[in-house]
Design a protein around this ligand. Sequence first.
Ligand SMILES: *[C@@H]1O[C@H](CO)[C@@H](O)[C@H](O)[C@H]1NC(C)=O
Ligand SMILES: *[C@@H]1O[C@H](CO)[C@@H](O)[C@H](O)[C@H]1NC(C)=O
Ligand SMILES: *[C@@H]1O[C@H](CO)[C@@H](O)[C@H](O)[C@H]1NC(C)=O
Length: 320
Amino acid sequence: MYILYANAELACNIGGSQYHFLNSKMPFLRGISASFIVFLTCVVVHKPGVQAWSMEGHAMTCKIAQDLLEPEAHHAVQMLLPDYVNGDLSVLCVWPDQVRHWYRSCEARKRRGTIWDCHDPKGVKDMCVAGAIRNFTNQLSHYHHGTSDRRYNMTEALLFLAHFMGDIHQPMHVGFTSDGGGNTVELRWFRHQANLHHVWDREIILTAAANYYGKDINLLQQDIQGNFTEGIWSSDLASWRECSHISSCENKYAAESMDTACKWGYKGVESGDALSDDYFNSRLPIVTKRIAQGGVRLAMILNRVFAGDSLEMEETLVAT
Ligand SMILES: *[C@@H]1O[C@H](CO)[C@@H](O)[C@H](O)[C@H]1NC(C)=O
Ligand SMILES: *[C@@H]1O[C@H](CO)[C@@H](O)[C@H](O)[C@H]1NC(C)=O
Ligand SMILES: *[C@@H]1O[C@H](CO)[C@@H](O)[C@H](O)[C@H]1NC(C)=O
C-alpha cells in the first residue's frame, strides 16, 4: 500500500554499518557525509502487487498475533471482526491493501536521539507507516469508551493496525527511495523474473513453503511459532515485546527494518543478478524472524490497548 522509503546512504548508517555498495550504485551520493538527519519518504504505490509482505506474510503475522492474545483482547477482536471471517483476523490482514485511498506521500525525518517526525508534503503530521500505527493504536485505545461515543470505526482501526505492524517489519518496506524499496531492482529469483522488493515480500516465503513445508504455509507458521515458544528465539521474546509506551516503539521497528534492508536486503545485490540458494538460505531466517516479531508485537499492542492501557496512550500523546 504505502511504503516507507529511506534515503540510501543515511539508511545504512543506522546501526553503524556502512556498505559501500551504496556508493558504487549511486555515485552522486559519494562524498555526502553522513549527517545526523535521516529522511524517509513514504510513497503510495498504486501498482497492484507492490506492497509490504504478501498475503502470506500478513496472514502469518496476524495468526501469530491472534494466538498470543489474552482473553480481553481476544474477546475485543472477536467483537470487532465481521461474522463472515469466523473469528479469524488473518483473513482481513490484507484488506487495507485493497482500499488504497489513504496516503499520498509523506516524509519522515529523524534527528539522532529524537523520535521520528513524519508529515506529508502539506505538513500534516504523522503521515507515514509509523504515524499510522500510532494513529490506529490511539483509536483502538478508545474501545473501552463504549459504542455510543465512538468516533472511529474500531474494526477498521484494528485491520489497519494489524496490517501496518506487518508492513513495518518487512525490511524492504524501509528501503531506498531511489529504487522504490527494491521494486526497480529487477533480477531473477531462481528461474523466474522478480524484483528485490518482491523477493522479500513473497518469493522467500513461497520458496521456503515449497522446499520445506510441502507448500503448506500453516506448517511454516507453526515452525515460526515453535521457534519463539521453545526454540532459537525463545530467550529473545521478552526483548521483542519490550516497549515502554505503546505509541513510541514503531520507530524502533522501522529502524530495525532499515538496518536489515542494508545488511541483508541490498547487500551484494545488483540489478540483473540471479539470486538463488545462497541468498535464499541466508535471508530466510531473517524473513521468518521479522514475521515472528511483527506478530508478537502486534499481540503486545492489542493486549495492552484492550486491557485498558488507554490512559498510557493519552498521556503519551499529551507528552509528545
Ligand atoms: C488516522 O485515522 C483517520 C481516521 O481513521 C484517518 O482518516 C487518517 O488518515 C489516519 N491518519 C494516519 C496518519 O494514519
Ligand atoms: C466499519 O468499517 C467496516 C469496513 O470498512 C464496515 O464494513 C463497517 O460497516 C463499519 N462499521 C461502522 C459501525 O461504521
Ligand atoms: C526454526 O529453528 C530451526 C533451528 O532450531 C531452524 O532450522 C528452522 O529453520 C527455524 N524455522 C523457522 C521457520 O524459523
